[in-house]
Design a protein around this ligand. Sequence first.
Ligand code: C5P
Length: 218
Amino acid sequence: MRKINIAIDGPSGVGKSSISNRLAEHNHMTHLDTGAMYRCVALAIRQNDVALDDEMALQRLLDTIRISFDGPVVYLNGNDVTEAIKVNEISNFTSKIATIPMVRERMVALQQKATEPKNFIVDGRDIGTTVLPDAEVKIFLSASPKARAERRYNEYVEKGIESDYETIYQDIVARDYQDTHRKVSPLRKADDAIEVDTSDLTIDEVEEVVQDIIDKAL
Ligand code: C5P
């Protein structure tokens, strides 16, 4: 079977990671979670107290940072940060540092190099438009902010994490705004991407629809 790369883009909380994990397993491909990479940069900036306007310090940090994955486990400079990068404060800060051109240039270069051998499912915001404009399959997952907030709220309830629906909803709306309005590589559907609106679909149904699209490309 020919080796391909698959780009999966879409807004926060649309289920890109879960779908990408499932598809990677089913198709014997490797999942690259680019959001986790930006989250690692955000955490490293916080840990090292780097001021966002200090270009030299930021450059140094980007030069020395090591991000690696072992399945779902994310390592920053050798330390397991899988949970630390998911806290709300880091999520919001990530959207902010993801607007810095120097950060994006570095992440895009790393992502392009990592996926050169093909056989990757890459999820993010700018994969179909900027990172892998020649990806053999491009999917744009969408869902209304309300549907995404409800999913996240139910996820927290299931895990026993205390949360407030209204705050989750407002965070999603704010991150959407930041992701779609930034100057460099804003979130947008690539012209040749196939949009799948997941608002009224279960995760199994989304997987089925996307798998169908992949099968046609193989
Ligand atoms: O996908 P995830 O929610 O983990 O991404 C965290 C943040 O990283 C997003 O809100 C977005 O601002 C940024 N991001 C990005 N480009 C990507 C992936 C994520 O700007 N390719």
